[in-house]
Design a protein around this ligand. Structure first.
Ligand SMILES: C[S@@+](CC[C@H](N)C(=O)[O-])C[C@H]1O[C@@H](n2cnc3c(N)ncnc32)[C@H](O)[C@@H]1O
Length: 232
C-alpha cells in the first residue's frame, strides 16, 4: 500500500492538493520559518514537497514526521528530508507540550487531544480529507453506488480546543495512466472491496479519468499553555 502510494503520488496526480497545502503555509504569519509536524506522514510525500519549497526559498523549516508504520517511516527516511521522523502513534505523540507551530494531517487518523497538546496556542492544524466526489471514476468500477467517505473532521469540529478558521475545497479531474491505475487502487481501502475480476479489469485499462476532490480545513488551537507548578 505504501509503495503504491509513493509511486502514485510521485506521478504528480495530487499536485492541486500540494499547491493548496503550500499556499496555506506560505500565507500563514510564519510562512516556512517554523516547526511543522506531519501526523501520519506515510512515506513522506508531503514532507518532501515542504522541504523542496523551503530549500528553494532558503527558509529555516524544521520538519517532523510521525507514522505508526515502520515501512512508511523507513521509506520517508530514504528521501533524506532533513527531518526528524518517528514510528509512533498519533494517539501518543513523543513531543513536549506546545512545541510545534503547525500540524499537517493528510488522510490520516488524528487525536484531537494529543494534537492540541503538542500544538502551540494559536498554532494551526491543517487537516485534509476526501470530498464527496473523490475518486468516483475509480469506485464506479467497484460499487453499484458510490458511498462518500466522511473523513475525520467530525472529531475536530466537536472538540473545544479547535476553532475552524477556513475550509478550502479542491476539486478537479485527472487522467491516470497505465500501471498508475493499479497503484491508485492498491493505495486505497477500495482494493480490499474489489473482487479479482474488477481488479484485473482495472489493471487492463490504459487510462482512467476520475474526479479528485479534497477539503482542506484550517483549525486554530485554542488550548492555553498549561502553567507548570513545581514540585515538592
Ligand atoms: C492514507 S495514509 C496517508 C499517508 C500520507 N499522509 C499521505 O497522504 O500520503 C494513512 C497513514 O496513516 C498512518 N496511520 C494509521 N494509523 C495511525 C496512527 N494511529 N498513528 C499514526 N499514523 C497512523 C498509516 O500508517 C498511513 O501511513
Amino acid at each position: 500500500m505504501i509503495k503504491s502510494r509513493q509511486r502514485f503520488l510521485n506521478g504528480g496526480y495530487y499536485q492541486p492538493l500540494v499547491d493548496a497545502i503550500l499556499n496555506t503555509i506560505n500565507n500563514c504569519p510564519l510562512s516556512f520559518e517554523q516547526k511543522l509536524l506531519d501526523i501520519g506522514c506515510g512515506e513522506g510525500y508531503y514532507l518532501q514537497q515542504l522541504r523542496n519549497i523551503a530549500e528553494r526559498s532558503n527558509a529555516n523549516l524544521e520538519l517532523l514526521g510521525l507514522d505508526v508504520s515502520k515501512a512508511g517511516v523507513r521509506l520517508a527516511a530514504k528521501r533524506k528530508l532533513n527531518a526528524l521522523l518517528v514510528v509512533d502513534s498519533a494517539y501518543k505523540i513523543p513531543l513536549f507540550d506546545h512545541s510545534v507551530d503547525t500540524v499537517l494531517s493528510v488522510f490520516s487518523p488524528i487525536s484531537p487531544d494529543e494534537t492540541a497538546r503538542v500544538l502551540k496556542t494559536d498554532g494551526s492544524l491543517i487537516m485534509v480529507g476526501p470530498g464527496e466526489e473523490h475518486l468516483i471514476g475509480l469506485t464506479a468500477h467497484i460499487y453499484d453506488q458510490h458511498q462518500p467517505h466522511a473523513g475525520n473532521f467530525k472529531a475536530l469540529d466537536d472538540h473545544p480546543a479547535f476553532a475552524l478558521q477556513e475550509q478550502i475545497e479542491i476539486k478537479t479531474t485527472v487522467t491516470v495512466n497505465g500501471a498508475d491505475i493499479f497503484d491508485l487502487l492498491t493505495m486505497t481501502p477500495y482494493y480490499w472491496h474489489a473482487n479479482a475480476e474488477q481488479q484485473s479489469k482495472l489493471s487492463a485499462l490504459d487510462q482512467l479519468t476520475t474526479p479528485i476532490h479534497f477539503y482542506l480545513r484550517i483549525y486554530q488551537n485554542k488550548y492555553p499553555k498549561r502553567s507548570i507548578t513545581c514540585c515538592d
